[in-house]
Design a protein around this ligand. Sequence first.
Ligand SMILES: C[S@@+](CC[C@H](N)C(=O)[O-])C[C@H]1O[C@@H](n2cnc3c(N)ncnc32)[C@H](O)[C@@H]1O
Length: 491
Amino acid sequence: MSDFVQQLNFHARDASNESAALQAALALGFLEHLPEAGSREPVPLEALARHVGGNLRGTRAVIEPLVALGFVLLEEGRGYSLPGTTAAFLRDTAFASRLHEARRWWHVAAKLPEAVRTGAAVEWRGASWALLGRYRELFLGPPVQAPSAEASDFHDRLARNFLRTQALVTAAELGLLERMVSGAAPLGELARGAGASPEGLGVLLGVLGSMGLTRPVGDDAWGFTEAAARALDAQSLPYFQRALPATMAYWEAFGHLDEAVRERRFRLDLRDPETARRIYQENASRISSIFASHLRLSRKAADLVRSMRSLAGARVLDVGTGSGVWGSAFGLADPSTHVTFLDSPHVLDAVRPHLAKLKLEPRSRLWAGDCLGVDYGEATYDVILLPQIIPALPPAELPGFFSLLARALKPGGVLLISGYLLTDRRDGPLDALYFALRRYVSNEGDVLSLPEFRALLEPVGLTAARAFDMPIQQVVVAHRGDVPWPAATAA
Ligand SMILES: C[S@@+](CC[C@H](N)C(=O)[O-])C[C@H]1O[C@@H](n2cnc3c(N)ncnc32)[C@H](O)[C@@H]1O
């Protein structure tokens, strides 16, 4: 993936999660409470959570990205402190007040489409907000004064990143990106096509320009940069744009992240059945649209398992199947496997067309149920798949869940978990930490490290567990020590 595409994808989602984490750390007073490294003892997580009146998991979910970014130090087994550079810029009161000011714009920023349409200020909570002026100031004016390079980077991530995400959301919503795929056009024509004011659109195009997406052409026209034209064509654009409504589904919740950490009140609560139904259904249809590319990944995982043990006649269970892409790969891996796809009933509707297309229906079973409450039986399955389901489940339920699954695994059986895997210190990778933060803010589960998985697997007899790198995701493969590992080395 080119640097430009990576950056674009980052701006479409994680950039705003990053702003939210930094803003919440500020709102919760984390940073003020941490000592400069070497001046006092580091503060353990429990003490930090207590001090800010937050719960442990929320406190950890917010501070972990700051550690990964280097703005906070984590001393293993001791706690958190601030590097001298962070401590120094936080002491600069004028700079600190600019950071606090940026937090006020989170909810207002979601009104950017309206501001670009009208070219005027927007109303929020009974006041008028010059949102376009704010964009002009932060993106099109002289550089913001910051006491150091680290301070400037911190400000960029906290104050600008979420505005970049909104610029992309707005460009997609106004159909601007679609229009630009077919080439440069005069500003007036773009504005008419997008139903936008020329002033508002001029600001948006300038901001997108600062992100390397657009450039002025001649006196009055705008078009994609070369990198953007290479990355976004009629085929890839819909795929890219599909991520943006999902980003917006979390916007309101991220604006109240500090409240979630303090009060465990979640504005987007996936423990609420109706909300879960809506979000998971949208998710399944989105993954369905990229079924083919995910099937390449899941087939590699099936190859990995087949290199460890035969799949002939294997009974496979895919838990939290979503689009069905993981179970399908195991259905295709051997003509005699039988696959059970488990998810809630409305999600299973997304699986059926794929099974029909792949001619897997005769060897498949659709099982509607709650994976934490169904009876898996004893020694029922040769392979159990947990693709991206662990982060959807309450962490407290995991020991019992793994115990049920271990019981359901036949001798010589293999459990395969796929998705993000954190480093052993839980200090990266950053995109996995932002994924984990989204899980926290929507009251879902957590992303784990390999040692954390081992701590869940060993007590239920799955004493052998290794991680393997796959394209996009990682997999953890576990068994009772009765299956040989493949010759290929583990991650
Ligand atoms: C992030 S999606 C992963 C989908 C798919 N496995 C994949 O990797 O593409 C999580 C899936 O788990 C399902 N899920 C969440 N909680 C569940 C539960 N308690 N019981 C059954 N399915 C659940 C959701 O409906 C959703 O389809």
